[in-house]
Design a protein around this ligand. Structure first.
Ligand SMILES: Cc1cc2nc3c(=O)[nH]c(=O)nc-3n(C[C@H](O)[C@H](O)[C@H](O)COP(=O)(O)OP(=O)(O)OC[C@H]3O[C@@H](n4cnc5c(N)ncnc54)[C@H](O)[C@@H]3O)c2cc1C
Length: 308
């Protein structure tokens, strides 16, 4: 592997960071060191890197806002590609915009509000990037990002080709898309459908929603709602009914404020979070027969990505 790492470092035109702590890049604040890490701001350099890792057979992981993942305590044996970008092209009529996958949602909504363009305000207070939101079909209050997408441009690492995919071909479901099981497809950009609105009104609405989140959500590091909501009963209710609210293992705890948040309250490790996840699932299944599934993704040191 060392030989391949050396080749990557010599062939890649940008800076390569060695032994970076992944806890710094993970909103949950857990994770060991990554062998290699690069910071990417353009789709051109993203493609350059993806071609290189494919040729050199180096395991990789695309990291954006880091708000829906748990990194392994053992870190990552391979390359972490940290992709955050700010390219945006709004069309003349302000009905659509082509936005880089690495664009932060909060900045995107605020940037468009300056031009009196909205239609995507519900995304403003969701941490992370457009690409991460598309992968997990992020949303809130009954709306999801799939509802405002016109198309998604991806780079296919296997075929080394760029293509445009329509939302109907992305298999969007509640907090799910084909991208979750197709890590060879990397979101370069997406075309969003917008609506004219008052910038001032948008900013007021998102400030109100932010205040609501502040009241309802815990303030310690987390990855947001931890388990997907089953059809009939919200996950927080099932977890509360199973007596797991406030339960802790090591530094990880089921929040006393919102039972579907697992928080890092005291230097938690990924192992603490995983043990607590397993226990919550077990207790909920025993009490209610419902099988919870984590929305949050665990990134193993060897590149395998799983939910529990
Ligand atoms: C406090 C808090 C509140 C939250 N509230 C909400 C909420 O209201 N609604 C909601 O849906 N979620 C919520 N979340 C979860 C999270 O913010 C979303 O899932 C978000 O969309 C993840 O984006 P990210 O950029 O952080 O992705 P990351 O965590 O960096 O990555 C998530 C997955 O997407 C993949 N990925 C990222 N970018 C790309 C790309 N360009 N191409 C291909 N794959 C990519 C990664 O490889 C990984 O598998 C919350 C999280 C927190 C911490």
């Amino acid at each position: 592997m060392l030989k391949r790492y050396k080749k990557f470092i010599s062939e890649y035109s940008g800076k390569v960071y060695l032994d970076q702590s992944l806890a710094r890049y993970c909103v949950f604040k857990v994770g060991g060191k990554a062998d290699l890490l690069v910071k990417v701001k353009t789709s051109e350099s993203l493609i350059e890197i993806l071609k290189l890792v494919r040729n050199l057979e180096i395991p990789y992981f695309i990291l954006a806002g880091g708000s829906n993942i748990v990194f392994d305590d053992k870190g990552f044996r391979g390359l972490i590609i940290h992709y955050l970008a700010d390219d945006i092209v709004v069309d003349k009529n302000k009905k659509t915009a082509v936005v880089a996958g690495g664009y932060k949602l909060s900045e995107l909504v605020r940037t468009l509000a300056k031009e009196n363009v909205g239609g995507i305000d519900f995304l403003a207070n969701i941490p992370g990037s457009l690409g991460g939101a598309i992968v997990g079909n992020a949303g809130c209050y009954g709306k999801s990002i799939s509802g405002v997408l016109a198309s998604v441009t991806v780079f296919n690492i296997k075929t080394q080709k760029v293509s445009v995919i329509l939302p109907s071909k992305i298999g969007f479901k509640y907090r799910d898309s084909v991208f979750k099981t197709a890590p060879h497809l990397v979101v370069l950009n997406a075309k969003l459908r917008l609506a004219k609105d008052s910038g001032q009104q948008i900013l007021m609405r998102i400030a109100e929603e932010k205040a609501l989140r502040w009241v309802k959500h815990p303030h310690q590091p987390s990855a947001g709602s931890f388990f997907k909501n089953p059809k009939d009963t919200p996950a927080w209710k099932l977890i509360e009914d199973a007596g797991m609210k406030g339960k802790s293992i090591g530094g990880a705890m089921v929040s006393t404020k919102h039972a579907n948040f697992i928080i890092n309250f005291k230097k938690a490790t990924a192992k603490d979070i995983l043990k607590l996840t397993t226990l919550v699932k077990k207790k909920v299944a025993l009490k209610t027969k419902v099988k919870l599934e984590s929305e949050v993704r665990f990134v193993r040191y060897d590149g395998k990505v799983t939910t529990y």
